[in-house]
Ligand binder design. Structure first.
Ligand code: SF4
Length: 406
């Protein structure tokens, strides 16, 4: 069995038939995972220093030299790397007195921080399959972002205590601003809110819990939903990017709601992490520093918003980017600032960031060409072996070589 690293579900039941380096047949992959496997043969990055193709030794030496000379390096990315590579990355950050940050800094970081600090209760996806009878998908569209979430773990499967599955034993609500593919599946329980309306909805939900009339148009539907939520034996909230952006800086509202629900029943939270090992990086950095992201090793360990990729991009004098494409994904002004800084990029694929990098080191695709381990979105550790030999080194190997030269 192979493991798919197409998203943070890390499906470990994938069957693959290979002919040489060609994948001829797969089983259990969703369309997104299939895209990940198909990317094996498309748009691979090319090893380069200053636009010229070079050997691995020259690329490593140049990268090490640039990192040694930098006064304020930023090491960014990490959510698409194995735990082993992430560990090397944190070591490299310590050695070079760098700022280190990952993609959680601009997406699910606030929620993940509460989960890892155990300020908000969480559980595993296996618990959800077996006992999760009341689910809230909030600001997410699992049908598109994590295509096997609902079939493997959350909505459709029969569980130990939920033998009649979604037909009778499970109820799921979707709260979102648009009628997504998931909304079509949960059409009877789709709560549509205006953009940025999440905090108001939470206030309305808290009002019902306080026995007050909620300030929403459809009061009857709101009271009915809250009655269902209160009756849960085990409820689970799956916050997505929509909720993370809408409640930015006000995540205590979500915590307040979950705490209130937990006064009468049991609710857990599992963030709908996108990249396959974002949680792994957050957990590792937390174990080492007490913070999940936005850390500077310039003078011991320091943490704060000034060390987020958004702020550090404006002040760093070098960026090492691992498995990420910040030039495409960051807001234009920030991307422009980063593009003006010398960059070293490790990535299996050609991206806008590799195109603008001084040093590009192609790496193996995790789960297909490289093995290792990662933390699933619920924190469960999944190990995987490569399913084929690769001409490319893994992230971990490249980072080890750089560390040796520094
Ligand atoms: S749900 Fe995610 S991990 Fe599972 S097969 Fe699809 S992309 Fe891969």
């Amino acid at each position: 069995m192979a493991v798919c690293t197409g998203c943070s579900l890390l499906c470990d039941d994938i069957e693959v038939t290979i002919d040489g380096r060609r994948i001829t047949k797969t089983k259990n992959l969703c369309r997104k995972g299939f895209g990940r496997y198909r990317s094996l043969a498309s748009d691979r990055s090319v090893r380069r220093v200053d636009g010229k193709q070079v050997g691995i030794d020259e690329a490593i030496s140049r990268a090490a030299e640039m990192l040694r000379d930098a006064k304020r390096p930023l090491l960014f990315g990490w959510s698409c790397s194995t735990l082993e590579a992430q560990r090397k990355g944190i070591e490299l950050a310590r050695r070079t007195k760098a700022i280190i940050d990952d993609t959680s800094s601009i997406c699910q970081g606030e929620i993940m921080d509460m989960v890892i600090r155990e300020e908000i209760p969480s559980c595993t996806l296996d618990d959800v399959r077996n006992y999760g009878d009341t689910l809230i998908f909030w600001g997410c569209d699992p049908s598109s972002s994590h295509p096997r979430h609902m079939s493997r773990f959350s909505y459709f499967p029969r569980g130990e205590k939920l033998q009649r599955g979604h037909e009778e034993d499970r109820t799921a609500f979707l709260i979102d601003i648009r009628a997504s593919p998931t909304a079509k599946i949960l059409s009877g329980n789709f709560v549509q809110i205006p953009p940025g309306g999440d905090a108001d909805l939470i206030d309305a939900m808290l009002a019902v819990l306080d026995g007050k009339i909620p300030r929403v148009r459809d009061k009857k539907a709101m009271i009915s939903m809250m009655n269902t939520l209160k009756k849960a034996d085990m409820g689970v909230v799956f916050p997505g990017l929509g909720l993370a952006y809408s409640l930015k800086g006000r995540m205590d509202r979500l915590k307040m709601l979950v705490d209130r629900l937990n006064e009468t029943t049991k609710y857990n939270v599992i963030p709908m992490v996108g990249h396959y090992n974002m949680r792994g990086f957050n957990q590792l950095l937390f174990n080492e520093t007490g913070f999940i992201n936005r850390v500077s090793f310039a003078d011991g360990v320091d943490h704060g918003p000034m060390y987020s990729v958004v702020e550090a991009s404006k002040s760093c004098d070098l960026a090492l980017v691992v498995g990420s494409d910040p030039i495409s994904s960051l807001p234009a002004g920030i991307a422009r600032a980063l593009a003006g800084v010398p960059m070293i990029t490790l990535d299996p694929h050609r991206t806008l960031t590799t195109e603008l990098s001084r040093v590009v080191i192609p790496t193996a695709l995790s789960g297909i060409e490289a093995g290792g381990s990662a933390l699933r979105m619920d924190g469960v550790r999944i190990e995987f072996d490569p399913i084929m030999k690769s001409e490319y080194p893994s992230d971990e190997e490249v980072l080890s070589m750089i560390l040796e030269e520094i």
